[in-house]
Design a protein around this ligand. Structure first.
Ligand code: R5P
Length: 295
């Protein structure tokens, strides 16, 4: 078994390697003046089971292309099996057509990964689980939620209510609620006027005098979570926590999260959170053990 790290999240790959009691394999990654990526695996991987760890996070296109080139390099080096370990699957939200003449980019990404030569994919908390079906190769879908749930349980928060910030996240929130000692569930009816702009409409359920835990798969611009938290505060929640596996943290996310009414924002390290994106209320939990076990 050999493990290699793309440039998107080297610390996570190193942690996974430590968990497995091995080293991250040697690989040269260079970028040419025009932006083209060069990859060379620096040891023989002939006949090996190779794991390539690369979340396709911002810059999504560059990280995806790097992953494809890594897969191609391993295939051409006669690896026996190539597993693309994609802790964060970019383009996952483009999983269907919502209007005419749109692309389904999540499926295109699946085609590219397969075509490049991956034999298996390991991904965490996909935006929609059906993306697994876009692949005709084995796909392991693992969850970061146990790590977040254990952390929340250790805090012994009183009067919990788990809140889905939109209707699409109800199944995820319900699963969370079940593991949080069967906490009640509330749902926010979120409507989007345009991409990356969330507008909160209504709350289904009761959060008055409770500790509300908002659960989402990702925080991108943080519009969903901050608008959701404002609504929960208006409806009488005593304390508000926000949890998400993927800390995409684009644009105004950090300003919004650090200046809002959220007690604590709990994310995982599927995407690295750079120093300048850390803020007081942020907790980053590691999922290296979950990925290590799956590998
Ligand atoms: C949407 O369906 C997702 O589950 C997230 O709620 C959304 O992508 C978060 O985006 P933002 O943080 O920009 O509101």
């Amino acid at each position: 078994l050999r493990l290699f790290a793309g440039s998107a999240n080297v610390p996570l790959a190193q942690e996974v390697a430590r968990y497995l009691g091995m080293d991250v394999g040697p690989m040269i990654r260079k970028q040419f003046a025009d932006g083209e990526i060069y990859i060379q695996i620096q040891e023989s991987i002939r006949g090996c089971d190779v794991y390539l760890i690369q979340p396709c996070c911002n810059p999504v296109n560059a990280h995806l292309m790097e992953l494809l080139i890594m897969i191609d390099a391993c295939r051409r080096a006669s690896a026996r099996q190539i597993t693309a370990v994609i802790p964060y699957y970019g383009y996952a939200r483009a999983d269907r057509k919502t209007a005419g003449r749109e692309s389904i980019a999540a499926k295109l990404v699946a085609n590219l990964i397969t075509q490049a030569g991956a034999n298996r994919v390991l991904a965490m908390d996909l935006h929609s689980a059906q993306i697994q079906g876009y692949f005709d190769i084995p796909f392991d879908h693992v969850y970061g939620s146990p790590v977040i749930i254990d952390y929340l349980l250790s805090k012994e928060l009183p009067d919990l209510v788990v809140v889905s910030p939109d209707v699409g996240g109800v199944a995820r929130a319900r699963a969370f609620a079940k593991k949080l000692n069967d906490a009640p569930l509330a749902i926010i009816d979120k409507r989007r006027q345009s991409h990356n702009v969330a507008e909160v409409m209504n709350l289904i359920g009761d959060v008055k005098d409770k500790t509300a835990v908002l659960v989402d798969d990702m925080i991108d611009t943080a519009g969903t979570i901050t608008e959701g938290s404002k609504l929960l505060r208006e409806k009488g929640a005593r304390q508000i926590y926000a949890c998400a596996t993927h800390a995409v943290f684009s644009g105004p996310a950090v300003d919004r999260l650090s200046s809002g009414c959220i007690e604590e924002v709990i994310v995982t390290n599927t995407i690295p959170v750079s120093e300048n994106k850390h803020f007081e209320q942020l907790t980053v939990l590691t999922v290296a053990n979950v990925l290590g076990e799956a590998i």
